[in-house]
Every structure is written in C-alpha cells, then in structure tokens.
Design a protein around this ligand. Structure first.
Ligand code: SAH
Length: 227
C-alpha cells in the first residue's frame, strides 16, 4: 500500500480515493433527485461506510442496498435521501422511525430533527445501532427494540413518521400517532411484489395520500425477532 502525500488513486484505502468515492456518492444522490440542501448536507456528514460491515463495506458509497445482520438490508442511499426529503423535517420535530436496521436513516434524521425515536424488532440491530450513535455523539436518538407496527404510544404523537419496511397498508396505530399537520412516509404493498412509496399527510379532516414512486423494501413483520 502506498501512503504518499498525493495518495494513490488505484489504492482503495487511500484518502484521495475515499474522498473521490464520497464525491461521486453525493453526485449520484443529486442526479437521482435528492436536491434538498439540508438533506444533502446531512448525508455528506453521516458516513455510510460506518453503517455497513464486513465484506460489503467497500461498496458503502455505491447507490445500492446492502446486506446487514439478521438478514436485513441497509436501504439504497438515493431512496434514503428521497424519503428524508419527502418527510420535510423541521428542526423542532420529533420523528419516529420504524425499522432501525443499520441505523443509517436514523443518523441522518438526527441531523434534521430535535429528537428521533427508532425501533426495530431485532435487539441485535438496535444494540449495534445504539453503540454507533454513542460513538458518533448523536445524543438525540433513542433506540428501542419493539414491534414498531404499534408505534410508540408513550412518546406519541409524532410530527413525522418514517417506516423503512413494507406493510400491505399503513398500520392503524401509526396513523393514530401522527399529529395533525404531520407527515408519514412509508412503502406499502406485498413484500415480493412492487411496492409504492407513499406520503401520508394528516389534516384536520383526515388523511391525504400521495404516491411517490415504486420501491422495494423488506417486509414489516409482526413481533420481536429472535436475535
Ligand atoms: N432504515 C434502515 C433499513 C431498514 S431495513 C437503515 O437505515 O439501515 C428494515 C428493518 O425493519 C429491518 O431491520 C427489520 O428488522 C425492521 N422491521 C421489520 N418489521 C418490523 C416491525 N414490525 N417493527 C420494527 N422493525 C421492523
């Protein structure tokens, strides 16, 4: 391995190569429609490489979903960006995320919101994500192992809710825990079929639904996982 001052562009470990990969990562996000400058700044600051472990870690700056522990996936970065953008988070917001996974989405939300609650049905994932949040000094994230389809009644209502696993319909408890004026973004549809990313806005009269784009997520599963 070369460690010259100018770096070696063929050495994937060199800082020049890493900087270039990160630049291409941000460029790919923009070209796929992530244009909100606050979202882009958050995604520049939160290093996806820290949330992908093992053999896939050198693909962390590619725009693709990757396997994580417990047979789950870290979402495709452009989808993370588009969902975050659609959520229109304000600095005073309290946000609920269902589906902590690697913790990447929650870490990005932590840059934009006052407080983030993130839940996953696998204790192993919440424990590993929570350790990473501590290491990174992301003190406004609370990580909880629970079945997120019931939301978090004790912390509700929420200004924003994001679900990163697909249900056939928006879960009733989550709709009930959304504030008036609040926004929820989630994939809906059957797990192996094409799913749609939906934006739900709660108004004084009820709920408005907007279909954003086709997506593919792991399914929302009932109950706690075994790990
Ligand atoms: N947002 C994650 C990716 C999530 S993958 C990231 O940034 O990496 C979807 C996650 O949803 C998985 O970790 C899965 O365990 C979790 N999940 C599925 N059903 C759930 C449920 N009912 N309650 C909580 N989490 C659930």
């Amino acid at each position: 391995m070369t460690h010259g001052a100018e770096g070696d562009p063929t050495d994937p470990g060199s800082s020049d190569e890493l900087a270039e990969r990160k630049m291409r990562f941000l460029f790919a996000l923009r070209s796929r429609g992530v244009t909100d400058s606050k979202v882009l700044t958050a995604m520049e600051k939160i290093d996806r490489g820290l949330f992908v472990r093992g053999i896939f870690s050198d693909r962390a700056y590619e725009d693709m979903p990757l396997p994580i522990a417990c047979g789950q996936t870290i979402s495709q970065p452009s989808v993370v960006g588009l969902m975050t953008q659609a959520l229109q988070v304000n600095p005073r917001d309290t946000v609920l995320e269902v589906g902590t996974g690697s913790g990447y989405q929650a870490a990005i939300l932590s840059q934009l919101a006052r407080r983030v609650y993130t839940v996953d049905r696998y204790r192993r994932l919440t424990r590993e994500a929570s350790d990473l949040f501590h290491q990174l000094g992301l003190a406004n994230i609370t990580t909880i192992a629970a079945d997120g389809s019931f939301g978090l009644p004790e912390q509700a209502p929420f200004d924003r809710i994001i679900v990163t696993a697909a249900a056939e319909d928006p879960p009733g408890p989550l709709l009930a825990q959304l504030k008036s004026g609040g926004i929820m973004v989630l994939p809906v549809g059957q797990s192996d079929a094409v799913q749609s990313l939906i934006k739900v806005t709660r108004t004084d009269r009820g709920f408005d639904y907007e279909e954003l784009r086709p997506v593919r997520f792991v399914p929302l599963v009932e109950g706690l996982g075994s790990e």
